[in-house]
Design a protein around this ligand. Structure first.
Ligand SMILES: NC(=O)C1=CN([C@@H]2O[C@H](COP(=O)(O)OP(=O)(O)OC[C@H]3O[C@@H](n4cnc5c(N)ncnc54)[C@H](O)[C@@H]3O)[C@@H](O)[C@H]2O)C=CC1
Ligand SMILES: CCCCCC(=O)O
Length: 457
């Protein structure tokens, strides 16, 4: 697995990073485990939280430089890369300000005596992260666990090594001791060996269902906890009583942000039959306005996919969908360009026997389904192997809330795209994974919630 920076807009190799050896892995494990057994990890949380404040300040100060590194390495529009760096600073500050309260002892009334639950770090964690939010995915694991005292060893995606290395340098510059956060350019086999190591107590993975299944099994074999943030095939429901203009405008953003490479992107558009024609017409018009180009050019509205392989996969998926009966309402093809561009695309008439019906399209390809009532919406939304997020547009909030409760996902947003914020839990069900990141839930995934009881006897 070569760690390479290849600019997705030019497909030019920029830099190759040397892989870390098994000796490097052992050294990282020794440093992380030694830190876990030190007062830094097990002692007062107040010695760790200033690092997160400093990290947030560094992210804000270096936002433009960090954003350019990400846009050049994985193709995200520069404005979206800036927003990602800002979001990372917000997550760092959130845990700097709230972790102490989240991890404070919780008293329990009990007939057995004075009882409370303490929160202790459990040890070294292995994080395995994807390229699509090259900094945010790392911060989602680092911030809560640095506050809690769990050292992190991370394997980032092989196509974003510059982001990976830069993030590690920032964490050290913020004052984190050696062993608190270590980035390793390693293979899947080396990840497996790390998970197997008795000094590692848990695994956090964000990525594909395939990677999640393999890594979670490796963790389970050694009875280690895992959190998995995997793929999604999220619905974007537009009801007959929605603000259609807003639904179209948000729908375009929800499908095309990050060139559609978002686990919680809107992928299955479920439109009430009364507004289907109007929605499709306005949605197509909006796709027609899209400007493909260099992600660093502020006027670009659709950048390239992250890699040649991602473009080949998406092209194959669309071809297969059409072969099995889908209709191309708009777009449908890769763009003849040196970069990895795919046209903004709308597919309709996807029947349940079409493989596309159950597939996630990790790119600017919208599947549109037309339904007649709310029961059909719920049936269609839940007829999926995934259960990550979802969005419902309606001006009848009570109706939307009822639908939100019936949709089998980990998150539902009403009159908004499926978003994320430090203070809100993120995660899904079914093959979208398990566990939650961010909020008060995220910081408790890898702590020992330890009961202490002082008997009255
Ligand atoms: N839930 C989410 O936020 C994301 C989900 N995805 C899903 O992943 C798919 C492909 O994106 P990729 O980044 O290529 O996902 P991927 O699952 O191939 O890679 C994610 C991370 O897992 C690592 N990995 C893969 N197989 C592994 C193994 N056997 N052992 C250890 N590590 C392994 C990769 O090197 C990378 O660091 C997308 O189609 C989407 O479904 C991708 C990005 C984000
Ligand atoms: C803005 C939403 C972030 C989703 C991160 C993901 O694709 O895993």
């Amino acid at each position: 697995m070569a760690y390479q920076t290849i600019n997705p807009f030019t497909n030019q190799l920029v830099k190759e990073y040397p892989a870390h050896s098994n000796a490097d892995v052992q050294a990282a494990l020794e440093k992380a485990d030694a830190l876990y057994h030190s007062d830094w990890a097990k002692g007062d949380i107040d010695q760790r939280l200033p690092i997160l404040h400093k990290l947030a300040d560094l992210l804000d100060k270096q936002n433009e430089e960090l954003a350019k590194i990400a846009s050049r390495e994985m193709g995200k529009l520069i404005e979206q890369s800036r927003a990602e760096v800002t979001l990372c600073a917000q997550i760092a500050r959130y845990y700097a300000d709230h972790a102490k309260d989240f991890l404070a002892p919780v008293k329990y009334d009990s007939s057995l005596g004075e009882a409370w639950v303490e929160h202790h770090p459990i040890g070294v964690l292995m994080a395995v992260e994807p390229w699509n939010f090259p900094y945010y995915q790392l911060m989602r694991v680092l911030a809560p666990n640095l506050a809690a005292g769990n050292p992190i060893i991370v394997k980032h995606a092989s196509i974003v090594p510059h982001c990976a290395e830069t993030f590690e340098h920032l964490v050290r510059e913020a004052g984190a001791p050696e062993g608190a956060y270590t980035n390793l350019f390693i293979s899947s086999g080396q990840v497996s060996a790390i998970i197997d190591d008795d000094r590692v107590q848990g695994v956090a993975l964000t990525g594909s269902e395939k990677a999640g299944a393999v890594v979670a099994a490796q963790a389970a074999k050694k009875l280690k906890k895992a959190t998995l943030e995997l793929g999604g095939n999220d619905v974007f429901v537009v009801l007959d009583d929605s603000d259609l203009q807003k639904a179209v405008q948000v729908g375009v953003q929800a499908r095309l942000q990050n060139a559609g490479q978002v686990c919680t992107a809107a992928k299955r558009f479920i439109i009430h039959e009364k507004v289907a024609d109007a929605f499709l017409s306005q949605f197509s018009d909006a796709f027609r306005q899209v400007k493909l180009g260099d992600p660093l050019d502020e006027s670009t509205t659709l950048g390239p996919l992250s890699s040649k392989e991602a473009l080949e996969t998406l092209t194959r998926q669309v071809e297969e969908a059409v072969k099995n009966g889908a209709k191309v309402h708009f777009g449908g093809k890769p763009v003849d360009h040196k970069g990895n561009f795919f046209e903004p695309t709308i597919l309709t008439h996807i029947t349940r026997d079409n493989p596309a019906y159950f597939e996630e399209f990790f790119g600017p390809v919208a599947q549109v389904y037309v339904v007649k009532d709310d029961d059909e919406i719920v049936k269609l939304a839940n007829d999926s192997h995934y259960g990550l997020g979802g969005a419902i547009f309606s001006q009848n909030i009570e109706r939307a809330k009822r639908l939100a409760s019936r949709i089998e996902t980990g998150m539902v947003y009403i009159n908004s795209l499926t978003d994320t914020a430090a203070e809100l839990p993120f995660g899904g069900v079914k093959r979208s994974g398990f566990g939650r990141e961010l909020s008060d839930l995220g910081i408790k995934e890898f702590v020992n919630q330890k009961l202490v009881v002082v008997s009255h006897q």
